[in-house]
Design a protein around this ligand. Sequence first.
Ligand SMILES: [Mn+2]
Length: 191
Amino acid sequence: MNQNQIHSQNWSQESYIKAYQFAAIAHQDQTIPGSELPYIIHLSFVSMELIAALSLEKVTDGNLAIQCAVLHDTIEDTDTNFEKIKAEFGEAVAKGVLALTKDNSLAKHLQMADSLRRIKQQPPEIWMVKLADRISNLQAPPHYWSQEKIIKYREEAIEIYEALKDASPFLAARLASKIENYKAYIQSDDI
Ligand SMILES: [Mn+2]
């Protein structure tokens, strides 16, 4: 046994499958912005980042991490609500997903700080989902994004990194590298 296998898996494939089937139905007919690809690809990427982290870093509740990764956009982007997730997956998962949901009643420029504040009141598993979400979202931006929006998105990623990096050295390092590489999408006289 090497140092990368010092703990056993503490999440189950069944928990993942149950959440994935729920999310696939909830996000049915949605696509990745700027593409024709089904939205659940994003959920696969986010949960893949979590699974990679969980193979190296011990967390208390692996199923909480995995299920919140798969379900993290359901309240924000689908008809699903807190009560429905609570009934299917329990209160901890529902609270995690709710913390990962932007409050649209707030002005747009206040939403990220508010969400990060609520995520920080949750267990580290939820912090990890937000890190993984932004890692996955720092791929090539949609073609219709302005330079201003791209710069703002990168600054927001730095804000997420600074707020949540302590939850996972592995995901924090992944995000730091994505933030660095994202400079390629910004015209050099803008930074
Ligand atoms: Mn997301």
